[in-house]
Design a protein around this ligand. Structure first.
Ligand code: FAQ
Length: 330
């Protein structure tokens, strides 16, 4: 989808316009809810911000396959195994759309992957925690995918065309992921006391990590102001976190689980739930590489990269051999 020729211009040639006029046109497009496309002029900070965010997002999807992938061989039934396989494959697909969208900004995919494998690039904090029981698979679907959708729906309106279009498809799939997680948990909550306890334990372990996933508080978010001006970020970290809490509390009630926050209560004046303090020190330690599974996650990705080397080389040799062959474009 994102391999469209970057030299196809949808707009008149603007290369001779002075910088001020280019900038004016850029901001006018954003103001009018238009899309910036790869071939359009864009400020360097816009390009850099997008490369940072889209590549981190792509890495998150690919590393995000690992915690649940860990349970594919131990799924409790064929039905659950098929669903989980499809979900984990979807996450891999999301990573690929996003790497492709990122490449339209003129960055090389090998460089992005190298940054991930050498620990230079960030990916979402949430994937550095272990999946201890089968209930974790349900809770990841319900809460992690739930939080991901809350953050990603506004990205469908992001000003950069390739990113916005990738997000539309990704959000549809994430919505299926969230439902499968909730349905899995519903089934467990109708099961034995032991199964119910497993669900509650998993919710207790993941709740606070999911709240932190939205990023630092607005007062400490270094990029929000600029990304909002660029039409990349439509809703702030704190606002999205609040929307997620407000949407999730009633779902927890229906499920029959409690959320591990004694300060969580409805505030009629704010028309929102109040909630307790997030442990930001723990979040930053995890982001910086000291979470429980950071090393394991990177080691798994590095191993997969090594083991896939023969395949990448074979694919490249095949395409070189067939380049220019009459059937190559079929
Ligand atoms: N983890 O100034 P802000 C998924 C960093 S996909 C690690 O607020 P910004 C699907 C941030 O990068 C989940 N680092 O930054 C799935 C920045 O550092 P930098 C991923 C974090 O960009 C489900 C610094 O803190 N989603 O779950 C985190 O305005 C299930 C300052 O922060 C996306 O990537 C974090 N949680 O806002 C897959 C969505 N939060 O770059 C498998 C796209 C913040 O200066 C299974 N990204 N940081 O070194 C975004 O919407 C934004 O980038 C935010 C951060 C909201 C994540």
């Amino acid at each position: 989808m994102y391999t469209q020729a970057l030299d196809l211009s949808t707009s008149p040639d603007v290369s001779s316009l002075p910088l001020g006029a280019l900038e004016q046109k850029f901001y006018a497009t954003i103001e009018n809810e238009g899309k910036i496309e790869p071939q359009d002029w864009m400020p360097e900070d816009y390009r850099k911000t997008l490369i940072r965010q889209i590549s981190q997002h792509a890495h998150s999807e690919v590393v995000g396959m690992l915690p649940e992938g860990n349970w594919i061989s131990r799924a409790p039934s064929l039905r659950r195994k098929v669903i989980l396989l499809a979900k984990v494959q979807d996450e891999g697909g999301h990573g690929l759309y996003l790497y492709s969208a990122c490449e339209t900004l003129g960055v090389n995919r090998d460089k992005l992957i190298d940054d991930l494998l050498t620990g230079k690039a960030k990916y979402s904090s949430i994937f550095n925690y272990p999946t201890l029981t089968w209930a974790d698979v349900g809770v990841i679907g319900w809460l992690v995918d739930g939080a991901a959708i809350m953050n990603q729906i506004p990205l469908c309106r992001c000003s950069y065309g390739p990113y916005a279009r990738a997000m539309i498809r990704i959000c549809k799939e994430e919505s299926f992921h969230q439902r499968q997680g909730y349905e899995l948990l519903m089934t467990m909550m109708q099961g034995t006391q032991e199964q119910q306890a497993m669900v509650q334990d998993a919710v207790n372990r993941w709740w606070w990590k999911c709240l932190a996933m939205f990023g630092p508080p607005d007062s400490a978010s270094q990029h929000t102001e600029q990304s909002s001006r660029f039409g990349i970020k439509r809703i702030s970290n704190d606002e999205l976190r609040q929307q997620f809490i407000d949407a999730t509390v009633p779902q927890a009630d229906i499920l029959g689980v409690s959320l591990p926050d004694p300060k969580l209560r409805w505030n009629p004046e704010r028309a929102h739930y109040d909630f307790g303090a997030i442990d930001w020190e723990e979040f930053w330690n995890t982001v910086k590489g000291d979470g429980p599974c950071n090393q394991e996650r990177l080691a798994t990705r590095q191993q997969a990269w090594e083991e896939g080397k023969w395949f990448r080389e074979a694919a490249l040799a095949y395409s070189q051999k067939h380049a220019g062959h009459p059937t190559a474009s079929l």
